[in-house]
Design a protein around this ligand. Structure first.
Ligand SMILES: [Zn+2]
Ligand SMILES: [Zn+2]
Ligand SMILES: [Zn+2]
Length: 326
């Protein structure tokens, strides 16, 4: 059988996470991945197109600067076929090898990088100035005056908080970083609500927690749970552990019918402004709980009526009421 893209003539035994960590836990092997990446010895595209470049064994060994042929061959063999592919033309990174290289690039940044800055846009909750900071690969936008959006679930004053890859933040202003961070979060919600992990394509498991004595107040968080939202949901990838915890209303915005409904009202929920979403949460969304069976119903008010989404304790949609067109 000839080797094609979809039927590679490879003995691809599985590799467990422990084995993968062990294989990659070596400087020479990571150097091989770095050299292949920098030499563009990869499949050039991630979809459809099959254009690939390679490096020969001797060229690769020379660039990694290992003189001992046997030693170099041993380390290279540990990486094939899972991270490095050996073809008739030479060596290149596999899809997994490319992903390792991309992850290293995404989390790298310059040594003396400081992102602290004031935003041009003002707090959608109280109209005070907001500041952005970047620590430990997290982008945090904080209001300088009010308590922020999430109560006790996040550091005081947080209006937006999200993991953000270091390599891409340096080139952006604070306002741009917030826009991009928000965009990524809303797309994450769409992935989660479809039960798929954005990071690894694994399956998602979800659960909800309800404040049983919730006392909604306009300004301050509920004294019982310390937040503004009665129902919080946790979504977690069963394969890689990628997880988010957010008010349930925010997750429902990742459902296709809700995306469509809000689009009809001039809100692109996959690329919204912070102000649009905060206004929506504060003034146009009501959440109700019912028991036996447990349901959380999120009602979103629109011009032509109210859309209602009911979810069970694992965030499956159990019913959907769309407003009838006028
Ligand atoms: Zn504020
Ligand atoms: Zn509460
Ligand atoms: Zn995952």
């Amino acid at each position: 059988m000839s080797e094609t893209r979809l039927t590679p003539n490879l003995d691809l035994d599985g590799i467990t996470p422990d084995e993968a960590f062990a294989v990659l836990g070596n400087e020479i092997r990571l150097d091989i991945i770095r050299v292949l990446w920098q030499a563009n010895a990869v499949r050039r595209f991630d979809e459809v197109s099959d254009i690939a470049a390679t490096l020969s064994f001797s060229d690769l060994r020379h660039r990694v600067e290992i003189d001992d042929n046997g030693r170099f061959n041993y380390h290279l063999s540990q990486l094939t076929p899972h991270f490095v592919r050996h073809t008739d033309d030479g060596y290149r990174l596999s899809g997994a090898g490319k992903q390792i290289a991309r992850t290293v690039i995404a989390v790298s940044d310059t040594d003396d990088f400081d992102f602290s800055a004031d935003l041009e846009q003002r707090c959608p909750l109280c109209d005070a100035p907001m500041t952005a900071s970047y620590e430990d690969q997290w982008l945090r936008v904080r209001c300088t005056e009010c308590d922020g959006q999430f109560g006790d679930e996040t550091p005081h004053g947080s209006v937006f908080l999200s993991n953000y890859p270091a390599a891409a933040i340096a080139e952006r202003t604070a306002d741009e970083a917030l826009t991009v961070g928000f965009y990524r979060c809303m797309l994450d919600n769409a992935y989660f609500m479809h039960g798929i992990c954005r990071e690894c394509a694994g399956s998602i498991s979800a659960s909800v927690s309800v404040c049983s004595a919730h006392q909604p107040q306009t300004e301050n968080p509920c004294p019982e749970c310390g937040t503004h939202s009665q129902v919080w949901a946790t979504q977690r990838c069963e394969t890689c552990g990628f997880a988010k915890r957010l008010p349930v209303e925010v997750f429902t915005m990742g459902l296709t019918p809700v995306i469509g409904f809000l689009d009809e009202h001039g809100i692109d929920v996959l690329a919204p402004s912070l102000e649009e979403i905060v206004n929506l949460l504060q003034h146009r969304i009501e959440t109700a709980i019912s028991k036996d069976p447990f349901r959380v119903t999120v009602a979103i008010e629109g011009e032509s009526g109210t859309m209602g989404v009911s979810l069970d304790e694992e965030l499956n949609v159990t019913s959907l009421d769309r407003p009838r067109p006028n």
